[in-house]
Ligand binder design. Structure first.
Ligand code: NAD
Length: 443
């Protein structure tokens, strides 16, 4: 009989994983401690904006393969394979990851695990977590060692979460040798493995490290090109031409090599910090000191954008209106966690600017995170009377804006492209002063 699946924690990762597992043909029970989230999901809607997710949820609520609950006991009794997808945010005032949600999820499940099953961690965790939790399960589950632990880190990208779940780049299983977990995971993922998705089977620690080292690499690549942007700004070079030329080298490649406002979101920033903190605990802190620079370069881009905006406002923000296009940390997502766009908007408001923020999908989350900012319902409304327009999240909608139409709404035609994707010539032809990070100002 096909294994029954539970997904514990139904946020960006868990809601998509639950719907994806139902799409693969399994009976799935999603469990979350947030009753509002469970009630939204139970009505076939998605609590987050993620392309294709709502359709998948609706399809499998209708097919009867997917249900949601707030009861950990119900989840424990239902599932043969339990996927842990709860959050691991940065601890307040510290670099380390807050593991209280993962620990609480295991503690809620374990007392009801009275038959053989596999608990599979997908959350991004400090190396050593799986070994610790495996012992905790063995000590507290009535099934003892028959409640086995595995680590199967998740690599999905927000904005592409559904396709990444149904066709990941690779699967990684961290398992104990000789256990049943590998076999159980091979069975669950058989449709993907059969379609040729590469699989790496390894130990717990390596599986945990694959995830954080992948994120450390991606963050480093982004900060590398942003460091080059700083040098370009100092020397009058153009970082977009530099990165295009670098990208022709197959060894370097062009992905994650776009200079701009840098990375944000609920993963990269907190993951590199937690990685440094964990390396410190293990006595390997020197190995990762470069990540401090990666983080610092990233944060400096935000200050640089504020500085450029101030310059464009004539040296100060008082009495100036600033239109901010973008609130999500990236396009095609409503996620505003550690959003560079909102961070810049908040800094400018703090320095006396009158900010108006617009985003196609992230306004609700932005209002919750930054209730003191002003929000607009369209790009045109945000631009009304603006002295400078900041393009901070690269939504397609913003690339398609007509600079002539926008130009009629603003007080001054000045645009700062924080993502280096607007068509500079088109904006200049429409009478705008176009400036961007890492690019020279034309004479
Ligand atoms: P999220 O905040 O959107 O979702 C976490 C969910 O867990 C919330 O709905 C919360 O209510 C629930 N939760 C908290 N404690 C719980 C408990 N004890 N029992 C049941 N549910 C509980 O976070 P997310 O973005 O989905 O990230 C989850 C994990 O996945 C993190 O470790 C993250 O680093 C990792 N991850 C995220 C992504 C991504 O793109 N979002 C990609 C790969 C890995």
């Amino acid at each position: 009989m096909a294994p029954r699946i539970t997904v514990i924690g139904t946020g960006y990762l868990g809601a998509t994983h639950a719907a994806g597992m139902a799409e693969l043909g399994y009976e799935v029970l999603g469990m979350d401690v947030d009753p509002d989230k469970v009630s939204v999901l139970s009505s076939g809607r998605s609590p987050v904006f993620e392309p294709g997710l709502e359709e998948l949820l609706a399809r499998h609520l209708a097919s009867g393969r997917l249900r949601f609950t707030t009861s950990a006991e119900e989840a424990a009794r239902f599932g043969d394979v339990h996927f842990l997808c709860v959050g691991t945010p940065q601890k307040k005032g510290e670099m380390a990851a807050d593991m209280t949600y993962v620990d609480a999820a295991v503690d809620a499940l374990a007392p009801h695990l009275d038959r053989p099953c596999v608990v599979v961690g997908k959350s991004t965790v400090p190396v050593g977590t799986a070994a610790r939790l495996s012992q905790r399960l063995a000590d507290t589950a009535p099934a003892g060692e028959a409640a086995e632990l595995a680590w199967n880190p998740e690599f999905l990208r927000e904005g592409y979460a559904v396709q990444d779940t149904l066709r990941p780049d690779r699967l990684v299983f961290g398992v104990r040798p000789g256990g049943r977990a590998e076999e159980a995971l091979r069975e669950v993922y058989a449709p993907l493995l059969g379609a040729g998705v590469p699989l790496v089977v390894t130990d717990y620690a390596t599986a945990e490290l694959v995830k954080v080292s992948a994120n450390a690499f991606l963050a480093t690549k982004i900060s590398f090109i942003n460091a080059m942007a700083e040098v370009c700004e100092a020397s009058g070079a153009d970082v977009t031409q530099l990165s295009a030329a670098l990208a022709h080298d197959d060894r370097i490649g062009g992905r994650f090599l776009n200079a701009g406002l840098g990375f944000g979101g609920g993963c990269l920033p907190k993951d590199i910090r937690a990685f440094m903190a964990r390396a410190g605990e293990l006595g390997a802190d020197q190995a990762l000191t470069f990540l401090r620079e990666v983080d610092a370069i990233n944060m400096r881009r935000r200050s640089r954008m504020v500085e450029l905006a101030r310059e464009q406002c004539g040296g100060g923000f008082l009495g100036r209106r600033i239109a901010v296009l973008g609130a999500a940390f990236k396009p095609n997502s409503d996620d505003t966690r550690d959003s560079p766009a909102l961070n810049v908007a908040a800094q400018i408001q703090l320095q006396g600017g009158q900010v108006s923020v617009y985003d196609p999908k992230a306004l609700d989350n932005a209002r919750k995170a930054f209730p003191g900012l002003n929000y607009a319902e369209s790009a045109l409304e945000a631009a009304e009377g603006a002295h400078v327009v900041l393009h901070l999240t690269e939504w397609q909608e913003f690339r398609e804006l007509d600079p002539l139409v926008l130009g009629e709404r603003v007080a001054e035609r000045r645009v700062l492209d924080g993502r280096n994707v607007l068509d500079a010539e088109r904006w200049r032809a429409a009478g705008w002063t176009y400036r961007a990070l890492g690019r020279p100002q034309p004479e």
